[in-house]
Write a protein that binds this ligand. Structure first.
Ligand code: NAI
Ligand code: MHF
Length: 291
């Protein structure tokens, strides 16, 4: 069975700084964007390919192949509620594993209020047995530091434990990747509670890449992510001036200060929201300023 070192070679080692061992994501349509950003991204960096509406499965396969060809490690998202049939899931897993050597997936329920096929939650995908059949070794599941409109906080912990147990029962290694958030205190408190509950799996904390302020607020609204005036002020944004763009300087700096050994193994996962090059530049700049 894969170990935590397989998730990332440095999981056990102290981090050089908060961006050490980061992952990021692209949409299936961002093939040109990834080619442009590639020279700025360290070889072997994990790059996730999303499962958004408006993408074709074949486009997602091509994106995963490109991630591999450029020397990065693909992670493929599976949105349970957007998968139309078991045959489609089987076909997609066959394509990504054979053509892009994919070993890692991230499973999320997805936003459709009614499932488009047989799966309404992430656990059902794990339980199909198709992941291990296709040689998948590492399975990420979603974490929600600010909660989720369809579940209480308590329900979310129960679901997290069920998914982790199921990933292990199917012979694979679990990790948790969180929804992006702007409030470092909410992230740190959520992580402390997770560890207090005895859930010791590695966590990738979701962080927004630099983006236009209006765009960031639009994504926050669409994804149910908290962006109150006080939280945005802490992040570095004034809601009375929406001109310009903002990066996660304060958020990442605060995480670096506030995370301790009790918070366990963590790395960051960046959500570039369509702007891969600025995101990679921001990460490299943070690294240069903090090493
Ligand atoms: N973290 C991220 O990057 C992303 C988060 N999301 C959001 O996270 C939500 C939860 O995903 P998971 O943690 O994988 O849940 P899950 O698959 O573990 O399901 C937990 C429970 O929540 C219910 N549920 C999940 N999504 C629902 C929805 N859209 N409408 C009504 N009930 C729903 C499920 O039926 C189940 O009872 C997604 O539905 C989506 O809204 C979506 C995309 C990306
Ligand atoms: N509840 C929830 N639903 C989501 O769909 C969602 C989350 N949470 N959390 C973050 C991720 C990241 N998401 C996204 C969504 C769109 C783009 C994006 O770049 N869209 C392009 C056009 C579409 C494309 O290129 O495929 C854009 O310009 O808006 C990026 C990340 C959606 N995600």
């Amino acid at each position: 069975m894969a170990t935590y070192e397989t998730i990332h070679p440095n999981w056990e080692a102290p981090m050089a700084n908060m961006v050490d061992g980061y992952s990021l994501e692209m949409t299936a349509k961002e093939v040109e964007g990834l080619k442009e950003a590639a020279p700025l991204i360290r070889p072997d960096t994990q790059v996730a390919v999303t499962f958004l509406p408006g993408e074709e499965l074949a486009q997602r396969v091509e994106a995963a192949v490109l991630v591999r060809e450029l020397g990065f490690e693909p992670i493929v998202h599976l949105s349970a509620r957007r998968i139309e049939s078991e045959e489609q899931l089987d076909w997609y897993l066959g394509e990504i594993t054979q053509k892009a050597g994919v070993k890692r997936v991230f499973i999320i329920a997805g936003d459709p209020p009614e499932p488009e096929g047989p799966y309404s939650d992430s656990l059902q995908i794990i339980e199909t047995g198709l992941l291990e059949k296709h040689g998948i070794e590492i399975v990420g599941v979603g974490g929600h530091p600010e909660g989720h409109p369809n579940n209480t906080a308590e329900e979310l912990w129960v679901w997290m434990q069920k998914k982790i147990d199921a990933v292990r029962a199917h012979g694979m290694t679990p990790l948790v990747v969180t929804q992006f958030a702007f409030d470092d205190d909410a992230i740190v408190a959520w992580l402390a509670e997770m560890r207090d509950r005895g859930i010791d799996v590695p966590v990738r904390l979701g962080v927004p890449g630099p983006a236009g302020i209006k765009r960031l607020l639009g994504f926050a609204k669409r994804c149910g992510v908290g962006a109150s005036a006080s939280v945005m002020k802490k992040y570095g944004i004034s809601l009375t001036n929406l001109i310009g763009s903002a990066g996660p300087d304060k958020l990442v700096g605060n995480l670096e200060k506030k995370l301790t050994a009790r918070h366990g193994r963590v790395r960051l996962h960046f959500y570039p929201f369509g702007a891969l090059t600025p995101c990679a530049e921001w990460i490299n700049d943070y690294h240069a300023r903090n090493s």
